[in-house]
Design a protein around this ligand. Structure first.
Ligand SMILES: Cc1ncc(COP(=O)(O)O)c(C=O)c1O
Length: 426
C-alpha cells in the first residue's frame, strides 16, 4: 500500500516537473510562429487530479461532479446545477425538461422558440430535436447579440420561449429580454456556453433565465475538455434535469422513495418514470472543473486585457474595421476577438483573413454564421423575422482570431503588427 502511495507521489512529481518544463516557450518568430485559436488551459493540477480518479477507480459520475456542480452554481448565482457531457447536451437537456410531460406547463410540439440567427448549430438543433420551431431573429452588428426589437416582432400566440445567446462572451440585454418574457409569459433559456463570468448589470449571465447552459469544451473559459452544465433556480426543473440526464430513472430525485413506494414490484434502482438520455460526465471532468474554476477569474482577466489591447490598437483602422467594445453596465469576457470588415472597405474579409493565416494567425467565421443559410435548415420547419441583414453581413464580413490565456505579449503585439502591415496597402 505504502509502495503504491510512493509510486503515485512519484508520478505526480514527474507530471509537475513535466509541466514546469513546458512553461519555457519556444522563441516567437514573427510571421512564422503559429498563433492558434486555442491552447490547453489545464496544467499539472488538473492532470494529477484526473490521474487520482483513474488510479482510485472513481471514474464514473460521483462526488467530484457533485462538488463541481455546487461550486459552479454558487459562482454563477443559481441554486441548482446539473453537469453533462457537453454544452450541446446541456441545451438539449434544458429544452427536453421544458417539453417534458411531467412538467406542469410544458411546451408542446409546434410551439415557437425565439433565438438569434447567428449562433452555434447546437443552440438551434435542440429546439428542433424537441419538436419545437426555431424563430431566427437578427442580431446587432456592434454586439452580435439578438436585437430586442426583433424579439418583439417575432412574438406570436405560438411563442413559448426565448433562447438568448451571449455570443463570444458579450452579455445580451437581459433586462429587456426578461421584461419581454414576463410580459408574454415565456420561458427563458440562456445559452451562456461562451460567457462564463460575463455580467449584465452586475449580475452574472446564466442567473437570469429559467435555465442557463454553459459549455466546458476545450476552447472555453473553463474547460473540462468536453463538458457542459445546466443551471436553474427551480427545484422542479433541476429534479427533471437530473433525472433526464441519466436515462430518466429516479435515483437522483429527492422524492425517489415516495415514487418507489408506488411501484413496489420494480427495483427502485431501475425504476423509470420518465424518458431520458445518457448525458453523464465522468469524474475526471468533475476533477478538471474543480481545478479550473479556481483559475477562471484570472483566465477571464487575461482575455479581457488581451481584448482591450487589441481593440485599442486596432481602432486606428476603424475606417475599415468594426470592432466590439465592452458596453456600459456589462462585463464582456471575450471568448474571442471579433473583427468585421466594413462594407466600403477597399479589401474583402477573405483578403484580410488569407493574409493573417499566412502569417500564422488562425481565424474562424463567427460560429455557424447566419443559420438561415445553413442547408440543415431546409430539412425542418422554422421561421425567421425579416431578411436578417446583419446576420447575412456577419456571415460574409466578420471573423475572429483566438483569445486565450496562453497568449504572450509579443504574440499579442504581433497580431496588431500584422494588421498594420496589411493596412499599409490601403
Ligand atoms: C453558443 C454555443 N452554444 C452551444 C455550444 C455547444 O457546446 P459544446 O461544444 O460543448 O457541445 C457552443 C459550443 O461552443 C456554443 O458556442
Amino acid at each position: 500500500m505504502s509502495e503504491t502511495r510512493g509510486i503515485r507521489r512519484q508520478i505526480k512529481d514527474l507530471i509537475r516537473e513535466y509541466y514546469s518544463g513546458t512553461k519555457s516557450k519556444t522563441k516567437f518568430v514573427p510571421g512564422r510562429t503559429k498563433l492558434p485559436l486555442v491552447v490547453p488551459s489545464y496544467d499539472w493540477q488538473e492532470v494529477c487530479d484526473a490521474i487520482d480518479c483513474l488510479l482510485d477507480g472513481q471514474v464514473t459520475m460521483g462526488e467530484r461532479v457533485k462538488q463541481f456542480e455546487s461550486i459552479f452554481a454558487d459562482y454563477i448565482g443559481t441554486r441548482f446545477a446539473t453537469m453533462v457531457n457537453s454544452g450541446s447536451s446541456a441545451n438539449l437537456l434544458a429544452l427536453s425538461v421544458l417539453t417534458n410531460p411531467l412538467l406542469e406547463n410544458p411546451m408542446k410540439p409546434g410551439d415557437e422558440v425565439i433565438t438569434p440567427a447567428v449562433t452555434w448549430a447546437t443552440t438551434v438543433f435542440p429546439i428542433i430535436n424537441c419538436g419545437l420551431v426555431p424563430v431566427l431573429v437578427d442580431v446587432d452588428l456592434e454586439t452580435f447579440n439578438m436585437n430586442t426589437e426583433e424579439i418583439r416582432k417575432a412574438i406570436t400566440d405560438k411563442t413559448r420561449a426565448i433562447m438568448p445567446v451571449h455570443l463570444l462572451g458579450n452579455p445580451c440585454e437581459m433586462d429587456t429580454i426578461m421584461d419581454i418574457a414576463t410580459r408574454y409569459d415565456l420561458y427563458v433559456i440562456e445559452d451562456a456556453c461562451e460567457a462564463h463570468g460575463a455580467e449584465f448589470g452586475g449580475r452574472r449571465v446564466g442567473s437570469f433565465g429559467d435555465f442557463a447552459t454553459f459549455s466546458f469544451f476545450f476552447s472555453h473559459h473553463l474547460s473540462t475538455i468536453e463538458g457542459g452544465i445546466v443551471l436553474t433556480d427551480s427545484e422542479e426543473l433541476a429534479g427533471l434535469a437530473k433525472s433526464l440526464r441519466t436515462f430518466g430513472w429516479v435515483r437522483d430525485l429527492t422524492d425517489k422513495d415516495r415514487i418507489a413506494q408506488q411501484y413496489e414490484s420494480i427495483d427502485p434502482r431501475y425504476l423509470f418514470v420518465n424518458i431520458g438520455y445518457n448525458f453523464r460526465p465522468t469524474e475526471m471532468q468533475g476533477a478538471f472543473g474543480i481545478q479550473q474554476i479556481k483559475k477562471l477569474d484570472r483566465f477571464i482577466q487575461i482575455r479581457q486585457e488581451n481584448a482591450e489591447f487589441w481593440t485599442e490598437s486596432l481602432r486606428r483602422h476603424g475606417n475599415y474595421l468594426l470592432l466590439h467594445t465592452e458596453r456600459e453596465n456589462t462585463k464582456h469576457v471575450w471568448f474571442a476577438c471579433p473583427v468585421t470588415v466594413k462594407a466600403d472597405a477597399p479589401f474583402t474579409r477573405k483578403e484580410l483573413v488569407d493574409f493573417l493565416e499566412k502569417k500564422g494567425v488562425e481565424t474562424r467565421p463567427i460560429m455557424s454564421g447566419n443559420f438561415d443559410e445553413q442547408p440543415a435548415m431546409r430539412l425542418f420547419p422554422y421561421r425567421k423575422v425579416g431578411d436578417l441583414p446583419n446576420s447575412r453581413f456577419i456571415m460574409r464580413n466578420s471573423f475572429f482570431f483566438g483569445n486565450h490565456p496562453g497568449i504572450a505579449s509579443e504574440e499579442r503585439q504581433a497580431i496588431v503588427d500584422y494588421f498594420s502591415e496589411f493596412m499599409r496597402r490601403y
